[in-house]
Design a protein. Structure first.
Length: 541
């Protein structure tokens, strides 16, 4: 029986070890995004699928007009200033911390009274027109990911992934002198004439947290997918949990290296004629196996748990658990009194009905003006990818524009009618969960004017859905200043997407297959060790 387990442990390990090493190293990197956010990787070192072309790869999420001839486009490429014809671009990122990860912009909002703001992965920034740079704003939530900034009347409202914050400026801004986004130089990349942005003297606002009531029928449960996610990453117990998972990742690396050494050294020993060298290598190999067995046996339960939960974080195994809900694990970060912890994704104020529309990880809800009542899940929900909502815009008189990797749709919240915005065909829900990517994977949307609208497909890039596309080919200045972050490269490796250029659509099977092979390796290795220990109790081998 022991030989049976040893055989499968050996050959499955030889096939999967390189993949397991990639997953372990990338997993450790993923656990420390803030720490490593300043490290970039040149996209030229990666397959062509990872290079910007035609405004793809979520280069643009949206745009914000700040004067008659000044428009800011923003997304994964940071913030860029362009003119009304969208033909020339200049970087508008001064003040953001070093590293492309620090200038991934989820939202940009301009209001003449309160100023210009940006929400990033690591907090909120306000643009100082006098100094020509972004400055961080301290928020009650800390430097949490900001997903949306809007103004309702005199109130500036900011949503993070867990909290909604608001402030009322409370002063009548004085007109300040005009500050210029560009100078008169014809080679500044914007326009030959001066582009003027009006600004005002306002104090940096102080924010208070809005207590958002739970949704109707809230049972305190959390998504099974989210539970697997935080268990796999260690976030379930905060920083201490991450350190534990880092230790597990290092242990996996040690197991892979010692396993390879134990496999390769006997071949070297057989070719040696010097008896002294042979004896030393044999002792070294026995020590290698001893540590391999100690680490593998002690950490066996944690290794099984880490592998099992990781398998369900990517399709196809993700799909059957995406809608499942379970009780939160006690005393973990999921066991939070905040019913919206890490669930908020976007929101809009509907001036026609005087209500808020709140997009969350668990659906789209409506809330009253004061957030006094429990949030109500809107009926006839449009399709939204498990990857999250990327577009939420009010369309006067006809509902909302909803975009995600499942496509882009017009959703009439009164009648429940859902229409594909590109094909103009009605959408009918089948009740069966589909893949997380639709025919058009919408990463962003820009409304240029009444006659021109464009969407940004993650893979293909810009697509005009109304009128003629005004955007030029991506300028080299933007491409050269938009590398990939080390964290994002690690994510591509950890999810298996890095293999897509070679395997095509079959790359989606990498994570579950390597996960299954890893489970076989762990179980066969453990029983091989256990049977040897039962036969020779004092032996570690």
């Amino acid at each position: 029986m022991r030989n049976f387990f040893r055989k499968y442990h050996k050959w499955f390990s030889l096939v999967a070890t390189l993949f397991i090493l990639f997953f372990a190293i990338s997993g450790i990197i993923l656990n420390h995004r803030n720490l490593l956010s300043g490290i970039n990787i040149d996209r030229n070192f990666l397959p062509s699928a990872y290079r910007y072309n035609n405004w793809n790869l979520a280069a643009i999420k949206g745009s914000e007009q700040i004067s008659d001839d000044s428009i800011l486009v923003y997304g994964n490429l940071g913030v860029w200033l362009t003119n009304s014809s969208y033909q020339q671009f200049r970087a508008f990122n001064t003040g953001f911390p070093k590293g492309v990860d620090n200038r991934k912009i989820n939202t940009v909002h301009f209001n003449k009274r309160s100023g210009l703001y940006a929400g990033t992965l690591f907090g909120m920034f306000r643009y100082d027109f006098k100094k020509g740079r972004w400055a961080r704003i301290e928020l009650p939530s800390g430097d949490e990911r900001i997903v949306k900034i809007i103004t309702v009347g005199d109130t500036l409202m900011v949503m993070s992934r867990s909290l909604l914050m608001m402030t009322i400026p409370g002063n009548n801004p004085e007109k300040d002198e005009n500050h210029h986004a560009s100078d008169r130089s014809p080679d500044n990349g914007i326009a030959k004439r001066k582009t003027v942005i009006n600004s005002t003297k306002v104090q940096i606002p102080k924010f208070s947290i809005i207590s958002i009531p739970p949704p109707e029928g809230w049972d305190g449960k959390v998504g099974l997918f989210r539970t697997f996610w935080v268990v796999h990453s260690g976030e379930i117990y905060g920083f201490a949990g991450k350190i534990l998972v880092d230790f597990v990742g290092l242990s996996i690396i040690l197991l892979c290296i010692t396993g390879l050494i134990y496999f390769l050294i006997p071949h070297r020993i057989r070719r040696l004629k010097d008896e002294l060298h042979r004896s030393r290598l044999k002792r070294f190999n026995r020590g290698t196996l001893r540590w391999h067995n100690i680490v593998g046996s002690w950490l066996f339960p944690v290794l099984i748990l880490t592998t099992f939960t990781g398998m369900f974080l990517r399709p196809p195994l993700l799909i059957p658990i995406a809608g499942s809900r379970v009780q939160p694990i006690p005393f973990s970060e999921l066991d939070s009194p905040n019913p919206w912890f890490d669930k908020l994704r976007d929101f809009e104020f509907d001036r026609e009905s005087g209500r808020f529309i709140v997009a969350t990880q668990e659906g789209i809800f409506e809330a009253d003006l004061q957030f006094n009542k429990k949030l109500k899940l809107l009926p006839y929900q449009p399709p939204v990818s498990v990857m999250g909502i990327n577009v939420l815009k009010k369309i006067p008189g006809s509902g909302y524009l909803i975009g995600s990797f499942s496509g882009i749709f017009i959703w009439n919240t009164e009648t429940g009618a859902i229409t594909d915005y590109i094909t103009k065909l009605p959408y009918y829900r089948t009740g069966v969960e589909g893949p997380p990517f639709g025919q058009v994977s919408v990463a962003g949307f820009c409304r240029v004017n009444d006659s021109i609208e464009v969407v940004f497909d993650y893979a293909v890039g810009i697509m005009a859905v109304k009128g003629k596309n005004p955007f030029p080919a991506m300028p080299e200045a933007i491409i050269s200043q938009s590398p990939i972050s080390l964290w994002n490269l690690a994510l591509e490796i950890h999810t298996g997407r890095i293999f897509q250029p070679v395997l095509g659509g079959f790359y989606i099977l990498i994570v579950p297959l390597i996960g299954l092979m890893t489970l076989v390796i762990l179980v066969s290795g453990f029983f091989s060790w256990w049977l040897a220990r039962r036969k020779h109790p004092r032996s570690q081998t």
